[in-house]
Design a protein around this ligand. Structure first.
Ligand code: BTN
Length: 265
């Protein structure tokens, strides 16, 4: 771990709390998710938040790369030992999404694009989540909640391939935002959301209320091919229910490689 600017993150630590009692800040890491997974091997690793100013191999969903310049945004991962049955693992992704949305909503109006994107009111992407889960028998042995949020990224700094569909909290809210404060807010919200699902409260209704995908016509790339339909609901395990020309179809979050508004004919 290096010193210097990374020490600014320590003020976001939450002593005595389940999540964020320790913050491990790095100037550079390949991926905060990989470091958080390593921490799960330690007896005291659960609840530790890993943050990096720069990831050299940041990962997105479905093998994509997560691009984020040094020192502008929030790239963090939380090592978790959720008290959840393996059959409830789907709830974890929804709980993390709700937590991030809650923390960001204090700064700017944001919604959730199913399954794992945080978006601005105009649909542009502000953040993404990569939740990785290890199942042992019928329990979740450990999980890593990887969170990338565009915080102080200026439009003129965004690569051309990202700029049209991306935004940042500062672009919406103005000014320069305190990334450590946002990390603390995400950690607190995640602790609350996780506690709720562990206590048996389903995150489905809260996710439905925050989900901007419902009511939209979307195209999804699934292992069985491309499907287009109107997103009308989430099923009992968080799958997206589509009304297509051939009937109702449920797309599972783990299966989908792309969901976007359908291109008008
Ligand atoms: C996506 O939208 O595809 C998910 C992006 C998740 C990016 C975050 S940044 C912190 C953590 N470390 C990673 O390598 N990925 C996640």
């Amino acid at each position: 771990m290096s010193d210097g600017p990374v020490s600014a993150w320590s003020g976001a630590a939450r002593p005595g709390c389940r999540i964020g009692h320790r913050i491990e800040a790095h100037a550079t890491l390949p991926s905060t998710n990989d470091r958080a997974r390593e921490l799960l091997a330690d007896a005291d690793g659960a609840g530790v938040v890993v943050v990096a100013e720069l990831q050299t191999a940041g990962r997105g969903r479905r093998g994509r790369t997560w691009i984020s310049p040094a020192g502008r945004n929030l790239t963090m991962s939380v090592a978790l030992r959720p008290q959840l049955a393996a059959t409830d693992a789907w709830q974890l992704g929804l709980a993390v999404a709700l937590a991030v949305r809650g923390a960001c909503a204090a700064i700017a109006p944001v919604g959730l694009k199913w399954p794992n994107d945080v978006v601005a009111a105009d649909g542009r992407k502000l953040g993404g989540l990569l939740v990785e889960t290890a199942i042992e028998g019928d329990r979740i042995a450990g999980a890593v909640a990887g969170i990338g949020i565009n915080v102080n990224w200026r439009r003129d700094e965004m690569p051309d391939e990202i700029a049209p569909a991306a935004t940042s909290l500062a672009e919406i809210a103005g000014g320069t935002l305190d990334r450590a404060a946002l990390l603390g807010a995400v950690a607190a919200a995640l602790e609350a959301e996780l506690g709720r699902v562990e206590a048996g409260t389903s995150p489905l209704d809260a996710y439905r209320a925050a989900c901007v995908t419902l009511g939209e016509t979307v195209t999804a790339e699934t292992p069985d091919g491309r499907v287009t339909g109107r997103a009308v609901d989430l099923d009992a395990t968080g799958g997206l229910v589509l009304l297509t020309g051939h009937g109702t179809l449920v797309v599972a979050a783990g299966e989908v490689t792309l969901v976007r508004p359908a291109v008008p004919a």
